[in-house]
Structure formats: C-alpha cells, structure tokens
Write a protein that binds this ligand. Sequence first.
Ligand SMILES: Cc1cc2nc3c(=O)[nH]c(=O)nc-3n(C[C@H](O)[C@H](O)[C@H](O)COP(=O)(O)O)c2cc1C
Length: 192
Amino acid sequence: MDFLPFVEQARTCRRFYEDKPLSQDDLTWLVRCARATPSARNAQVVRFVLITGKTCAQVFPNTHWAMALKDWKGPVEGERPTAFLGLVLPKDAPSIALIDLGIVAQTVQLAAHSRGYGSCIIKSFDKEAVSTLLSLDPSQSLELVVGLGVALEKRGICPIDSSGSLNYFRDAEGTHWVPKRSVEELICGRFS
Ligand SMILES: Cc1cc2nc3c(=O)[nH]c(=O)nc-3n(C[C@H](O)[C@H](O)[C@H](O)COP(=O)(O)O)c2cc1C
C-alpha cells in the first residue's frame, strides 16, 4: 500500500459513531503501536492513560474542539469520542521529550486510521480538572489527550486558496477540508 494516500486521508477527526465505542483492548493496541516508536536516548518517557466508558464522558466537557469552526460547539451527543488516550510526561522531563510526544501522538493517529478510527490530538483542555479526574501523580504532567472513536466525518486535504487562509472548513456536504501548503512551499532547499 502506498503511504501517501494513507497519510493524506488520516486527517484529524472530530465526529464519531458514538454507538460503536472503542474498548480498553482497542486502546491497548494503540499503545502497542506507540511502544514501537523512536525515542530520544530510547528513554521512553511517555506514559498513557486509557480512558473509556463513563470516565470518557467525564473528560469530554473539559476538552475544546475546532476553534477555527466558529459556529460549531464541538461534537454533539451521538457523535462524541468514545475514548481518550492521555499522554503523560514526567514534570521534570527534558525538552527533547516533547519530540517523543509528537512522534507518539502521530503514530497513534496513523495507527487509529489504519483501523478506521478517527482521532483528534487535543492540547486545549482543562489540564487541572482532567489530571484530578484521572488521579495523576503530582510528578506527572498530562500533555495531550487524544480523542478517539470510529470515524464518522469525511475529511480531506486541499490546496490553500487565494485568500491564503490556513483555516480548516466544512463544505455544504459536511466534509472537513484542511488546507495544506504546497510541496514547493515546504521545500526550502535542494542540494545535489
Ligand atoms: C499539538 C497539537 C495540538 C492540537 N490541539 C487541538 C485542540 O486542542 N483541539 C482541536 O480540536 N484540535 C487540535 N489539534 C488538531 C489540529 O487542529 C489539526 O491537526 C489541524 O487543524 C490540521 O488538521 P489535520 O490534523 O487534519 O491535518 C491539535 C493538533 C496538534 C498537532
């Protein structure tokens, strides 16, 4: 399978089939995928909190979705995530651990996509409230939560239009489009 169409389709997803919930086993499989990622000094400092069921419903109101969609208040009942994966770092982790964190988050997103799950990496959440809910140790810092579920919304990438806006948007059919810079714009040097 060619990786390019796979990764192009693996867009952030914010609407899910809430009647097809992910299980703790599904989340464990995602952690198995994340376990196999590169890590600075192979220190493997990222930890995972696997959240389903009623705790997922309790985490949800503390998360903020799609700030760029001004007239959308986040997924409605019936389309909410059915799981969260909390990504945790030690509070005293070196800054390079943030690179590990990013690799882990994207690996989770791609792994999820390979099974038809959608995911949304979320930094905008009430860290204190969710950390308390999850009984995190004071030495741990909840850096990201990844909202997950069986993907409902159609998503794709598109070129940036003449306005130059990078804001994602929905078309009349509800498909979520994400403008991406051209390959030419991204390449800032070539040497041969
Ligand atoms: C570090 C990081 C933090 C993010 N935080 C949020 C967030 O708090 N809420 C949200 O709805 N999306 C969040 N996103 C998703 C981005 O909005 C999304 O990646 C961006 O719009 C590009 O869309 P794409 O992932 O489909 O390429 C985050 C993504 C990353 C990488």
